[in-house]
Design a protein around this ligand. Structure first.
Ligand SMILES: [Zn+2]
Length: 221
């Protein structure tokens, strides 16, 4: 190989290695769209599909996966078909939809953190082989950021903080009341639903930045 080319390549490599030594302080957070989905209890999964859920593909948060199964949501005013089922099974079934889905179904659905389903509306779930009526469990998920304890320290926030974030996109927005969720099981990502994504011109390249540190007035909202 030509000596000059070798020199050029070595120079470039050295530059890159040098850059790698300085730990970059990254403050941007990737934003992912969370489509409507259902978490099922083992009992409800058996009632709907005659057996446990089966794995189709991994999702961005460790341990969470998309299942082969799909369900129909039946509300008082309409139905929503082909809704994804996420695994693993949970102790209680939960349905996460957007405000648009909620309107189409004819429900009044509160905005809640995942798992907080007391007093939420019920719904009927159907598959080609079974049907299940849930007494409660329908929520519009609070927009939230998943992060590890190390990310939380770097970004100067703690679990359950409510923060404001600025998001890039074709219609850039600032979201307020964004819930911070910290766990060593989490990868850094903000989750918004389809209504929020479509309204703000989200693209797969969208990123957000925390623009306001938590204040008392946001906490526990
Ligand atoms: Zn999430």
């Amino acid at each position: 190989m030509d000596d000059k080319i070798v020199e050029l390549i070595m120079g470039e490599l050295k530059k890159r290695l040098g850059e790698g030594e300085v730990e970059e302080v990254k403050t941007t957070i990737p934003v992912e769209l969370s489509a409507k989905h259902v978490h099922l209890s083992e009992e409800d999964s058996i009632a709907l599909f005659g057996g446990p859920l089966t794995y189709k593909r991994e999702l961005s948060q460790p341990g969470q996966y998309l299942c082969d199964q799909r369900v129909r949501l039946i509300g008082p005013k309409g139905v929503v078909d082909n809704v994804a089922v996420l695994g693993p099974a949970r102790s209680e079934s939960q349905v996460e939809i957007s405000i648009s889905d909620s309107r189409a179904l004819g429900l009044k659905t509160p905005i809640r953190q995942s798992g907080d389903i007391d007093g939420t509306p019920g719904i009927v779930l159907a598959s080609s082989t079974g049907i299940v009526g849930l007494e409660q469990g329908v929520i519009v998920a609070s927009r939230h950021i998943h992060m590890s304890p190390a990310d939380a320290e770097r970004l100067n926030v703690k679990d359950k903080d409510m923060v404001c974030v600025s998001m890039t996109g074709t219609r850039p927005v600032v979201f307020r009341d964004v819930l911070v969720r910290v766990s060593s099981d989490f990868n850094l990502a903000m989750h918004i639903d389809f209504d929020e994504g479509n309204g703000s011109g989200w693209t797969p390249a969208s990123e957000c930045t925390i623009v306001k540190q938590p204040r008392e007035e946001f906490r526990g909202a």
